[in-house]
Design a binder for this molecule. Structure first.
Ligand code: CP3
Length: 339
């Protein structure tokens, strides 16, 4: 039994005394204790060493007492396990030296045994569960197949992911084969994560908003929904599709337990688009954490009033930025706890 079950109750749609709160990318560079570990170990060493990954996961919890922890890892461990080289370059981000651009590239991508190739993630989950001591739930995550394809084909971050889109639009058969391989791997991976102890999973479709509504159906949502259907009896699934306001209604009719909302829509719009029938998570503009503390406090209260305290999980509309002052993150979390 988890002592603080606010987050799990909100995912079930149960009534709560106040909404739960956590922040996307809460384990990260705004924390000095994170930077101290980052100085000593490179990115994938941090991901692959259970003692480091678990310690980094609980750092923000110790400092701020969020209502859920999210495992320190990355969405790009999946392509790595699928035989695609992924580097994390300091001051640059992800770099994939051999991007997939044709059928031959797709044929070389393997569906790995996740229990072998990603055992280090399962060990990190077990180590984290020990540190958390059943105080709060632990969230596991994966990228959406489309968002993983974006990196695998583009080879790096991008403002447009034009090469990824070009691949889908000019070689749709190969693109769908690649998306299906990523989907099959992700389903096995998330099931293994749940078996190792995570209490809920979130799918990050960070680049879903790069697609038009019609293309979103074909190249992203179809595959996310396969993952939701496969996982729904194992654990609650949160689908966060950044920039995809146009797909909210369809997503609300799926078996997802909650939908992530970015800051470009109002709570009223999000509730209406989802026919008021699903738990919503979000949607504070991450840059608003740079506002003066008193402004943050007022805006958080208004955000909760507008979403409603039930079937709601307070979060940012995307990941926290590295230059957010420690005090401002605290004001954000505390404003929810004082609600
Ligand atoms: O939320 C958490 O606290 C858990 C950790 C987490 C990381 N990445 C650690 C990380 C999570 C949930 C992710 C997901 C992720 N990774 C996404 C989806 C979420 C989103 O923000 O859209 C994406 C697109 C990635 C790919 C990725 N990893 C990028 C684009 C970068 C570089 C950008 C940056 O912030 O530097 C990473 C690196 C990364 N992943 C860092 C962290 C803490 C920073 C690099 C470092 O610590 O050396």
């Amino acid at each position: 039994m988890i002592k603080n079950d606010l987050f799990l109750r909100a995912l079930k749609g149960e009534e709560v005394k106040r909404p739960p709160v956590w922040m996307m990318r809460q384990a990260g560079r705004y924390l000095p204790e994170f930077m101290a570990i980052r100085e000593k170990y490179d990115f994938f060493t941090r991901c692959r060493t259970p003692e480091l990954a678990s310690e980094i996961t609980v750092q923000p919890i110790r400092r701020y007492g969020m209502d859920a922890a999210i495992l320190f890892s990355d969405i790009l461990v999946i392509p790595q396990a699928m035989n695609i080289e992924v580097q994390m370059k300091p001051n640059f981000g992800p770099y994939l030296p051999n991007p997939v651009r044709d059928q031959r590239g797709v044929d070389n991508v393997i569906i790995p045994d996740v229990h072998e190739e990603l055992d280090y993630v399962m060990q990190a989950i077990k180590a984290t569960k020990e540190l958390l001591n059943d105080e709060i739930p632990l969230i596991g995550f994966a990228g959406s197949p489309w968002t993983i394809l974006c990196y695998v084909v583009q080879g790096q971050g991008s403002k447009t992911f034009d090469k990824a889109k070009e691949f889908c639009f000019t070689q749709p058969l190969a693109a769908h084969q690649l998306l299906q391989k990523i989907t099959d791997t992700t389903i096995a991976y998330l099931k293994a994560k749940v078996a190792s102890g995570v209490n809920a999973v979130q799918i990050f479709d960070s680049w879903g908003g790069m697609l038009s509504p019609v293309d979103y159906q074909e190249f992203s949502w179809k595959y996310i929904n396969q993952i939701i259907e496969a996982l729904k009896d194992d654990a609650p699934v949160i689908s966060f599709a950044k920039g995809c306001w146009y797909a909210l209604e369809e997503m609300s009719n799926s078996n997802a337990s909650a939908l992530g909302i970015d800051w470009t829509v109002t709570p009223q719009f999000a509730r209406k688009a989802t026919n008021n029938n699903i738990t919503l998570q979000g949607n504070f503009d991450p840059v608003r954490l740079l506002s003066p503390p008193s402004v943050i406090k007022d805006m958080v209260k208004k955000m909760i009033d507008d979403f409603g305290k039930d079937r709601y999980i307070v979060n940012l509309g995307h990941g926290i930025l590295p230059h957010v002052p420690l005090e401002n993150a605290k004001v954000f979390i505390d404003a929810v706890k004082e609600y």
